[in-house]
Design a protein around this ligand. Structure first.
Ligand code: GCO
Ligand code: MG
Length: 409
């Protein structure tokens, strides 16, 4: 079998997605997600100009060899653009292999280790009543675990709070439509945040009891000692995890945080390779691997990092916001179903427009996700529908402190 075409499809149904479609001489096609939120066209160009010509006439069955060839022959290793492009190729080749075998990809990865993937949803509110309503809605939708983000008195506009997001829809989603040509500026005050967050978790535990696993995303904003303080102050509320408590680049920071708190830590949504996790896993500085198949080079390296993490009882918590396309979500759901050390899957439902472009066999019921049993990844691209949604430039927001200093968003 030979690869005869590698086409890149850019579409914007609610938000931008970059998809690679690999076609073979036997007419079988495979899809891969290459979406890098806010920098989409860099990956589309990398694929079109640099990888597509290398794929022609290769045997699509040689997934590992193709991955190693693309990674090593570029000389310039790693980085989100390179790794999202390689991820798309890797996913598309697994999709093709599954279709040839007549099996869903999770079967090729060792078969199912569970009946479904436990998910967590995103609850948020500008105040406690709004937050409680949002938690109730999520519980009614079947979610068993809930991420909590709230407004903070003294901070005007804050990551993760639906009602104040710049999205055009009513959910927190960071959809590009209507967001304009420049990034939105938000504000930040760490002391106000550190004072407020524990009071919110206390209120949520008082209202909803001790059972529900609760999560929180610090979105890379704290220094190590601030993160340690937050982890410690949240201990009475028994979090499932505290995510991205410090910027991910400084791995040593996690040692300090770990010395001070038993709140479980999740990190890695902006990581691109297993090397970014090497120290964190070996020294057991984290509890959950937050990589997304899309930004991490695809299914093959995601499976490898989880096998490495398994040696240390570290589990998965793959990154699953709506900027991971249905193809990327399917890819990591197959991995999650197959590995033994699955933890939890982040899940934000894609919009109707997105679902009209990506026809999926993914099933969400009673808080559990399943990638379905169609051969391959189980996602097909409706190219006619995709052509109706033209790319729109979109930027993620950024932060400034009260004195005008740019801060981590
Ligand atoms: C999460 C993430 C996202 C990111 C987004 C950036 O935990 O889901 O932090 O909300 O901000 O993926 O593109
Ligand atoms: Mg996050």
């Amino acid at each position: 079998m030979k690869i005869t075409a590698a086409d890149v499809i850019v579409t914007s149904p609610s938000r931008n997605f970059v998809t690679l479609k690999i076609t073979t001489d036997e007419g079988i096609t495979g899809l891969g997600d290459a979406t890098l939120n806010g920098r989409e066209l860099a990956v589309a160009t990398y694929l079109k100009e640099h990888l597509a010509p290398l794929l022609l006439n290769r045997d699509p069955h040689n997934i590992e060899d193709t991955w190693q060839f693309l990674y090593r022959s570029s000389y310039w290793r790693r980085g989100p653009v390179t790794m999202a492009a390689i991820a798309a190729v890797d996913m598309a080749l697994w999709d093709i292999k599954g279709k040839v075998a007549g099996l869903p990809v999770y079967q090729l990865l060792g078969g199912a280790s569970r009946t479904g993937l436990r998910t967590y949803g995103h609850a948020s509110g500008r105040d406690l009543p709004e937050l409680f309503d949002s938690i109730r809605e999520h519980l009614e939708e079947g979610y068993k675990s809930i991420r909590i983000q709230t407004s903070v008195p003294g901070i005007k506009s804050l990551y993760g709070v639906a009602a104040q997001a710049q999205s055009s829809g009513e959910r927190y989603d960071y959809e590009p439509a209507g967001r304009g040509d420049l990034p939105t500026e938000e504000d930040w005050d760490t002391r106000a945040y550190l004072r407020h967050v524990p009071t919110v978790f206390e209120a949520v535990r008082n209202e909803f009891g001790p059972e529900i696993p609760l999560l929180h995303d610090g979105h890379h904003r704290m220094t190590p000692i601030q993160a340690a303080k937050l982890g410690k102050s949240l201990e009475p509320y028994d979090l499932y995890w505290l995510e991205d408590c410090t910027p991910a680049e400084n791995q040593d920071a996690l040692r300090l945080v770990r010395q001070h708190t038993t709140t479980p830590l999740a990190i890695g949504e902006v990581f691109n390779t297993v090397y970014d996790f090497q120290t964190l896993i070996r020294e057991q500085l984290i509890d959950y691997v937050r990589a997304a198949s899309t930004h991490f080079g695809g299914i093959s390296p995601l499976k490898k990092v989880m096998d490495y993490a398994a040696l240390y009882q570290i589990r998965s918590g793959f990154h699953g916001p709506t900027d991971v396309s249905p193809v990327g979500l399917a890819a990591q759901s197959h991995v999650g179903l197959a590995i033994h050390n699955f933890g939890i899957q982040e899940y934000m439902e894609h919009s109707e427009a997105t679902n009209s472009v990506f026809e999926q066999s993914l099933n969400f019921a009673d808080g559990y996700l399943h990638p379905g049993d169609k051969p391959g990844l189980g996602v097909e691209l409706n190219e006619e529908a995709a052509a109706r949604f033209e790319y729109q430039r979109a930027y993620l927001p950024y932060n400034r402190l009260a004195d005008g200093t740019v801060h981590d968003w």
